[in-house]
Design a protein around this ligand. Structure first.
Ligand SMILES: N[C@@H](CCC(=O)N[C@@H](CS)C(=O)NCC(=O)O)C(=O)O
Length: 204
């Protein structure tokens, strides 16, 4: 398999899961500005939507969309317990967190990437995110990871998206449980490996 990624983008989540699951993976870096890959390919021909991640399978098929790629990778190695058994309530709980991350957090950050942004519009986007951070903080006061005591695909995605807070100078420290969660996830050996592979510095 080959993962098309951009350092620090949402494609970091599938890289974390590939590392956690011990999956063999090739990586090809995408320059989103020029839509070319480090191997010299036109990325639009690989994913006409023009965004990372994209996962090339052994069959030649290409999978896109973070939640689907995470689910596919986790299902390759059920023993890694990165996603509960198909049909179980626990699996829907993890999916609930993946969707929350995608719709509320990932998309919540999107306006902040648009530059330049009028200060009032930025403040609205920040307020929206702060409400989500407060909700997450409340949940994480009761458990180590989003869906319980086990790290799952939802944590890989949530951690990746929340790591953008620092770039946008959003302070997570008033949310103590959330800040601790970020440290807990970034201390995982496979998360550190994924961060280092993308030239990113683990927070601990
Ligand atoms: N719905 C997509 C969103 C992916 C996405 O937003 N990717 C960003 C990086 S985090 C990107 O490639 N943006 C560049 C672009 O859309 O042109 C998914 O879940 O995979």
């Amino acid at each position: 398999m080959k993962l098309y990624y951009t350092p620090g983008a949402c494609s970091l989540a599938p890289r974390i899961i590939a590392c956690e699951a011990g999956l063999e993976m090739e990586y090809d870096k995408v320059d989103l500005r020029t839509q070319t890959t480090a191997s010299g390919r036109n990325f639009i021909k690989i994913n006409p939507k023009g965004h990372v991640p994209a996962l090339a399978l052994h069959t030649g098929d290409i999978l896109t969309e973070v939640p689907v790629i995470l689910e596919y990778l986790a299902d390759q190695v059920p023993a890694a317990r990165l996603l509960p058994r198909l049909g179980s309530l626990e699996r829907y709980r993890v999916r609930e967190w993946v969707d929350f991350t995608g719709y509320e957090l990932h998309k919540g950050f999107e306006p902040l990437w648009v530059a330049p942004m009028p200060p009032k519009a930025r403040q609205l986007a920040v307020n929206h995110l702060q409400r989500r951070f407060a909700y997450l903080d409340g949940c994480l006061q009761k458990r180590a990871y989003l869906a319980g005591e086990h790290f799952t695909v939802a944590d890989a995605y949530c951690f990746t998206v929340l790591s953008w807070a620092r770039f946008h100078r959003l302070d997570l420290s008033p949310h103590a449980a959330l800040a601790e969660y970020m440290l807990r996830v970034s201390a995982r050996p496979m998360v550190r490996r994924a961060l280092q592979a993308e030239g990113l510095v683990p927070q601990v």
